[in-house]
Write a protein that binds this ligand. Structure first.
Ligand code: ASP
Length: 365
């Protein structure tokens, strides 16, 4: 079980708007974690993470936004392949700590695991009433053709966006803004490593699209009755993600499901949630169930949903206590499992929570 490392404080920059205004000014806390977005060339011509103290030099236009921007860097800037569940807990704790000081939050993050971090934060931040936008870039801010500027500026605008008439928060969700699309964090997948359109919203429409204006898709934005933010501080790491392929051997399945202390697993199955019916496979699943391992069934398909029982090859999964993950992404499934197991509820309650739509991560009919 993992818990948050105590957050540290190191503000690097406070950027004030260049034009003084009469009314209250919105404010955003940017949390810089690393990734391509903040890379610049050093004297030797190598790309290294920029000290965000230089951000005003790189992006003087930030002062033209009508908002105060504070930038806080994690002490160790990381490529997002090195992100851990402890980092998710630290980010959640930082947002909680500064929740009342800012209008909204932007997390600058590497693209490789951004979808996992966004999904994890969506579960950790319960009853979120402010906007948390993750963004990054495919081309470093130190390069002329960077997409960092565009992504960051629009992310900042979205982080403070309000309904024009009601004045309420426009997107009280954890989301990803990238290449002109705002995507619910727990519906996002990284689908492209070379072009600018790195992310896709799976089985759910984008929450907004940026063109000349940012067009919000209000109908699809989650609006909950207002409640105080509740930040969770535990995640279970005794979990496994098991992707099936034709020819997978009993030895491999056993090795994965018999890990000491294992509490849960996501099974990435075929089509509408189908898996082999070979006796050895069913035996592995049954034995895992008997050891108290909770399994969640997710499809390898990018679209559609898991419907256990449509075919004979999935009917047995329900009998074995495996929960159909509906239209959830693998990223959201594994982080949901870590979150739900981290709540340490009895087995029946854990299973019930896994079937529920907790943060808009699944569509139930
Ligand atoms: N490897 C980088 C990262 O995820 C890629 C990126 O930021 O686009 O940190």
């Amino acid at each position: 079980m993992l818990s948050a490392a105590l957050p540290f404080e190191s503000y690097l920059v406070e950027i004030e708007p260049s034009r003084p205004t009469d009314g209250p000014v919105s404010s955003v806390l940017v949390i810089y974690t690393g990734g391509t977005v903040g890379m610049v060339f050093n004297k030797k011509g190598e790309l290294t993470p920029m000290n965000f103290g230089q951000i005003q030099k790189k992006m003087p236009e930030l002062r033209q936004l009508n908002m105060r921007v504070s930038v806080l860097s994690l002490p160790q800037l990381i490529d997002s392949s090195n992100v851990t569940a402890t980092d998710w807990l630290t980010l959640a704790a930082l947002i909680q700590q500064h929740y009342h000081d800012y209008t909204g939050f932007v997390v600058l993050h590497g693209t490789d695991t951004m979808a996992y971090t966004a999904a994890a934060l969506s579960f950790l931040l319960e009853s979120l009433g402010k906007t948390v936008v993750l963004t990054g870039a495919q081309v470093p801010v130190g390069r002329i053709r960077t997409d960092a500027r565009r992504n960051l500026i629009t992310a900042l605008e979205i982080a403070v966006a309000r309904h024009p008439r009601a004045g309420t928060v426009r997107v009280p969700e954890v989301c990803i803004f990238f290449n002109d699309q705002l995507i619910r964090g727990n519906r996002a997948r990284k689908v492209e490593s070379q072009k600018f359109n790195a992310f896709r919203s799976e089985n759910y429409p984008p929450l907004a699209e940026a063109g000349i204006d940012v067009e919000f898709n209000d109908r699809h934005i989650r609006m909950l009755p207002s409640a105080p933010l509740r930040t969770h501080q535990l995640l279970a790491d005794e979990v496994v993600l098991l992707k099936l392929f034709p020819g997978i051997s009993e030895r491999v399945v056993r090795a994965m499901l018999e890990v000491d202390g294992l509490r849960g697993g996501v099974l990435e199955t075929y089509g509408a949630g189908n898996a082999p019916t070979a006796p050895w496979f069913l035996r592995c699943l049954r034995e895992a169930r008997d050891r108290g391992v909770q399994l969640l069934n997710v499809s390898q398909c990018e679209e559609g949903r898991v419907v256990q029982g449509t075919y004979e090859t999935s009917a047995h999964l329900t009998e074995l206590g495996i929960i159909g993950g509906e239209d959830i992404t693998p990223e959201a499934a594994i982080t949901k499992l870590m979150f739900v197991l981290g709540l340490n509820r009895p087995a029946r309650e854990t299973a019930r929570l896994l079937t529920q739509d907790l943060r808009g991560e699944i569509t139930l009919f």
